[in-house]
Design a protein around this ligand. Structure first.
Ligand code: FAD
Length: 465
């Protein structure tokens, strides 16, 4: 006989949105059931952010050793080239994932969340049926949070399967392909493509648009473009992948046909909200395009049903999912909360890294801010030089309103600049002015001094330039 559970809160999905909601609910004493078909941690932890950054880390280490074997400038040399055991690299990456997955399991236990393992299907807005290993379970809830996440978008004419892989399979390859073709020069394609290049693969990227990383402005992507070129990554822009036949990718570039032979074809043309296969159509919930429609309190059009994370719209980022989880649960607990961030920082872990929060100079101008912006090159930053990363064309940039010096955007490109994202988001969230950034003493020698110097430069009195 089917077991029936009644609960105050049901969460569908145990990714960052879902598990963070469950933890917050536990803290607020809300009786919670979480349904997850896979391992806890979701896309981000199991097959996204964490495994990709683990692989990128090893790839950079390997590249450094290859350089050392060729006689690196910093005095380190290796008598023979390093050897990559991809199966062990993937096993190490899995050990990192396992550790974090175990952490989520423990946190949910502490939060007293009841986890029901299996695929959930809603028959109406408040009733979910789950096929578990121990038999069917029906969950009836007063309130529901939908956190079903997203899936990789497939190309209809080049479907996934065999050697045509998504980021999920790319992160689990036991052998690095000799030749890798990548469709899509967004952040996932370029992060993984660059990592495989560092592992020694021949990498070719095909992009339908006329530029890489279109969410960032040209100045920010220029150093990435330069690295791809220097490293021998083939990049075909304004190029449409038309077919994959017998290990060759056919591409239409301005009417000309190119053939790109490859051992694996990685398709990273975007991700879409997971809106099918779990009864969303039975819930009476309105859509906003391809996402579930929500208001600032993360409420859907159906009373008592909330949606968060990738399912609820762009940007599809882990930290946004967690922030929305907190808003949803606190609203359920009766608090007056709204999801209304001043900025959601985003990082692209390419070579070099890009970090951006708020508006670029062009976006600020388009928004009518009459912006004042200034950059500080990492070439003049002691920390970047001491790490051997000052010559990659990197910089930090501040964008402020001319009228009152309020900071509306902060960006940087360069090795390790992802770590500036906290300062960027906080400055904008707290309404910092150029004088606040300039008046804050930044530690020497760190990359954050470049942000300080950019603010000083915007005010007309930089120190090191
Ligand atoms: P998800 O993490 O997708 O979790 C949804 C969960 O719901 C899944 O575990 C799924 O199994 C479960 N589920 C869905 N439907 C059902 C059902 N019917 N029954 C049971 N369970 C169900 N973001 C960043 O911020 N930084 C990064 O560096 C970054 N790198 C990325 C790299 C890659 C390769 C990829 C693919 C993504 C990356 N992302 C990154 C995006 C990030 O992973 C997502 O934004 C984040 O995971 C969204 O969280 P979520 O909780 O909304 O959904």
């Amino acid at each position: 006989m089917a077991e029936t559970i009644t609960t105050r809160l049901l969460i569908l999905g145990g990714g960052p949105g879902g598990y963070a909601a469950a933890i917050r609910a536990g803290q607020l004493g809300i009786d919670t059931v979480l349904v997850e078909a896979d391992r806890l941690g979701g896309t981000c932890l199991i097959r996204g952010c964490i495994p990709s950054k683990a692989l990128i880390h090893v790839a950079s280490k390997f590249e450094g050793m290859v350089e050392a074997a060729q006689g690196a400038k910093d005095g380190i040399s290796l008598s023979s080239p390093p050897v990559l055991d991809m199966a062990r690299t993937v096993a190490w990456k899995e050990s990192v994932v396992d550790k974090l997955n175990g952490g989520v399991v423990a946190l949910l236990k502490r939060a007293k969340t009841r986890v029901v393992a299996g695929w959930g299907t809603f028959s109406d807005a408040k009733t979910c049926h789950v096929e578990t290993d121990d038999g069917p379970v029906t969950i009836k809830a007063e309130t529901v949070i939908l956190a079903a996440g997203s899936v990789a978008t497939a190309l209809p004419h080049i479907p996934f399967g065999g050697d045509v892989i998504s980021s999920t399979e790319a992160l689990a390859l036991e052998k690095a392909p000799r030749r890798l073709a990548v469709i899509g020069a967004g952040y996932i394609g370029l992060e993984l493509g660059s990592a495989f290049r560092k592992f020694g693969c021949e990498v070719t990227v095909v992009e339908a648009l006329d530029r890489i990383l279109p969410q960032y402005d040209e100045a920010l992507t220029k150093p990435v473009k330069a690295w791809l070129q220097k490293s021998g990554v083939g990049v075909h822009l304004s190029a449409k992948a038309t077919a994959w036949t017998n290990g060759e990718l056919s591409v239409d570039k301005n009417g000309e046909r190119l053939g790109i032979p490859a051992d694996k074809l990685l398709v990273t043309v975007g991700r879409r909200a997971r809106i099918e296969g779990w009864g969303l159509e039975n819930m009476g919930v309105e859509m906003a395009g391809a996402f579930v429609k929500v208001n600032g309190r993360m409420q859907t059009s159906m009373s008592g049903v909330y949606a968060i994370g990738d399912l609820a719209g762009e940007p599809m980022l882990e930290h946004k999912a967690i922030a929305q989880a907190h808003v949803a649960v606190e609203v359920i607990a009766g608090q007056n909360r709204t999801f209304d961030p001043a900025a959601i920082a985003a990082v692209c872990f390419t070579e070099p890294e890009i970090v951006s929060a708020g508006l670029s100079p062009d976006e600020a101008a388009a928004a009518g801010h009459d912006p004042l912006s200034a950059v500080f090159p990492l070439q003049a930053n002691g920390r970047a030089l001491s790490m051997g990363t000052g010559d990659g064309g990197g910089f930090a940039r501040v964008v402020a309103r001319k009228a009152d010096h309020r900071v509306v955007g902060l960006q940087a490109v360069g090795a390790h600049v992802s770590e500036l994202s906290g300062e960027f988001a906080m400055s904008i969230e707290m309404g910092a002015r150029l004088e606040d950034l300039a008046g804050t003493i930044h530690v020497h020698p760190t990359l954050s001094e470049a942000v300080h110097e950019a603010a000083l430069r915007a005010l007309g009195h930089p120190v090191h330039i």
